[in-house]
Structure formats: structure tokens, C-alpha cells
Design a protein around this ligand. Structure first.
Ligand code: PEP
Ligand code: MN
Length: 338
């Protein structure tokens, strides 16, 4: 339920509403905008009539139900786009933000040199995995803490904020010491205990869509994070599993406008994992921008043939720089900058 207060409602009237919401077994979330005080009462649907009866309170304008199963991330609750600020970068506004870097951090020279290259080409956030979710336990698992230290060096060298994956609640505190944005990988999209914990930290989260998740399941996972208090969540489409084998995954471009309609959260597209081959990354990046994405996550490696992971889908820095140039007129055509 959403409780909309009358303009000029005093503090104690707002507190009274919050108290009733809690007594009814719901959690109050303050969603006040510039003009109005709005309180979302989020819970399991019990004792709804108690909430509805608040319409009779002097300072309550209206009590309206939230029809979607996800609440705090829905457009019903918040009409305006959420803008997440990381350093000097605003994600979710008119400007499209590019996050680029290798799949895995592999060494100092590798990460610092790639960071310099992607920055020079116009990327605004550096990506790089230190904890890697690999299909095989025998594949490279990431440099872990040492990888985080190297990401920090790359940030010091370039000023680029860092997005890196946290795989496990055990490593959350450690990753938080280094990351500017916490990445939740596709395989962990429904790791609800991890989602609840990242919901309790004060750091933006990039939530990747599960390998075989529907849009609704994706939004319900975001809701886990928001419901714990962290409203800074961006949703990353990274391809879903279909019957097609010509690409590693099927990049679901249509989910971009669908998500834009359903949620106020920023949408990021990852055409690297979405296709699995560097040859297709450029066209799918342009298509994503045309479809309304707020950001791109692109894997870049200086020696893709030697990469410890995902070399086949990584662009060389020169190709990445070329792509950035080609993206500018596409962004302009849809009223955006990049
Ligand atoms: C990655 O970003 O390198 C990664 C492992 O992504 P995903 O979780 O989407 O597979
Ligand atoms: Mn990867």
C-alpha cells in the first residue's frame, strides 16, 4: 500500500502513520519527494484493512494498493528514474555510462594498462573480477584479495571507480573495502541471503539477471535489496539461456524497454556475456543504446588470446575505442550522450 500524505502534513502525523503501518505488521519506507510525503507500507498482505482505514486520518490524502508483486522498485511507487551517483558519475540520467575492463584481474600491468586504455576511450567505470564464479572448479577462480588490491591501484592510477563481484557473504566486508559498486553475478541473482546482506550496506549494487530468469524474478531479486534499505540498485541484462547455440547467451534486448516501463532503476546492458563473442559486441552495444539502456558493461583485454577467462568475448583496447566513437551518434539519435 502507498500512503500519500496531504501537503504540509506535520511530522507527528507522519510518525503516526508509520506507527500504524508497523502495528499492522508492515514495514514503512519513506518515499517522500519534493512536494509530497509518501510512505510505502510493504508486507505480506495481512491486515490490509487496517492500512486502508488510514484514509480517515486528517492528514492522509489517499491510501492506494501497489498492484505489482515487487513494490519499492516499481514505477507505481516511484515515477521518476533513480539516479545513482558513483564518484562524479551519474548512472540513470540522460548520460549513458560505460563500464569496461577485463573479465578477471590477472596482474598489475594488465589491469592498470587496460584501465588507462578504457579511460582514454571514454569509459567512466572500471570493471574487473577478483572473485570469479566459474562453471568448472578447475578453472581460474580469481586473484581474490590480491585482485582487489590491484583494482585499487588501477583506481589510483586512473581515478576510475571500480565495479567488482562479491560472490559470498563471507567476503562482503572485504569487497566493500575496495569496491565502488558491488556486482552480484548472474549465478547469484537468487541467492537471497546474499541479496539481503548487500541490501544492508551503503554501496550501489549492480545486479545481473540470472541465466534463466524472467523479468519478474529479476525485479523480485532487486526488491530483496531495496527492502533491506539499499535503494541504489542497477539492473544488468547479460543474456539469458535459450535453445540458440550460435551465441553463448541470447541478449534480451526487449527487456530494456520492458524494464524501463516497470521500474525506475537504471538498466545496464552487458553485450559481452550476452553474446560470448567479441565480433558481436559492437552491434549489440549500439542496439542496446538504441533500445534505451542507461549503461553498458563491456569486457576489454589487452591480450584476449591469453586471458584467464572470457577472452573470446573481450575487445582489444583499439576496437573498444573505435566502438566508443561509433556509439556517440547512436546515443545522440535517441537524445542521450555517452
Ligand atoms: C562477469 O561479469 O565476468 C560475470 C561472471 O558475469 P555473469 O555473472 O553475468 O556471468
Ligand atoms: Mn566475464
Amino acid at each position: 500500500m502507498i500512503v500519500i500524505m496531504k501537503e504540509g502534513a506535520p511530522k507527528d502525523a507522519i510518525e503516526e502513520v508509520k506507527k500504524i503501518v508497523k502495528e499492522a505488521g508492515y514495514t514503512p519506507h519513506d518515499l517522500s519527494g519534493e512536494m509530497k510525503t509518501v510512505i510505502a507500507a510493504v508486507g505480506d498482505g495481512r491486515d490490509k484493512s487496517r492500512l486502508e482505514s488510514m484514509e480517515s486520518l486528517a492528514y492522509v490524502e489517499r491510501v492506494v494498493p501497489i498492484l505489482k508483486p515487487y513494490k519499492l522498485c516499481s514505477r507505481e511507487v516511484k515515477k521518476e528514474d533513480t539516479i545513482i551517483t558513483v564518484g562524479n558519475v551519474a548512472i540513470g540520467g540522460k548520460h549513458i555510462v560505460v563500464m569496461a575492463g577485463p573479465c578477471s584481474v590477472e596482474g598489475e600491468e594488465q589491469i592498470v594498462s587496460i584501465a588507462r586504455d578504457v579511460k582514454a576511450a571514454g569509459a567512466e567505470i572500471l570493471r574487473g573480477g577478483a572473485f570469479k564464479p566459474r562453471t568448472s572448479p578447475y578453472s581460474f577462480q580469481g586473484m581474490e584479495k590480491e585482485g582487489l588490491e590491484l583494482l585499487k591501484k588501477a583506481r589510483e592510477a586512473t581515478g576510475l571507480p571500480i565495479v567488482t563481484e562479491v560472490m559470498n557473504p563471507r567476503e562482503l566486508d572485504l569487497v566493500c573495502e575496495y569496491a565502488d559498486i558491488l556486482q552480484i553475478g548472474a549465478r547469484n541473482m537468487q541467492n537471497f541471503s546474499l541479496l539481503k546482506l548487500v541490501g544492508q550496506v551503503k554501496k550501489p549494487v549492480l545486479l545481473k539477471r540470472g541465466l534463466a530468469s524472467t523479468v519478474q524474478e529479476f525485479l523480485m531479486s532487486a526488491e530483496y535489496i531495496l527492502s533491506e534499505g539499499n535503494r541504489e540498485v542497477m539492473l544488468c541484462e547479460r543474456g539469458i539461456r535459450t535453445f540458440e547455440t550460435a551465441t553463448r547467451n541470447t541478449l534480451d534486448l526487449s527487456c530494456i524497454p520492458v524494464l524501463k516501463e516497470l521500474t525506475h532503476l537504471p538498466i545496464i546492458t552487458d553485450p559481452s556475456h550476452g553474446t560470448g563473442y567479441w565480433q558481436f559486441v559492437s552491434s549489440m552495444s549500439k542496439a542496446s543504446v538504441a533500445a534505451g539502456t542507461d549503461g553498458l558493461m563491456i569486457e576489454v583485454h589487452n591480450r584476449p588470446e591469453m586471458a584467464f577467462s572470457d577472452g573470446a568475448q573481450s575487445l582489444k583496447p583499439k576496437k573498444f575505442a573505435q566502438l566508443m566513437k561509433e556509439l556517440r551518434p547512436v546515443a545522440e539519435a535517441v537524445g542521450r550522450t555517452i
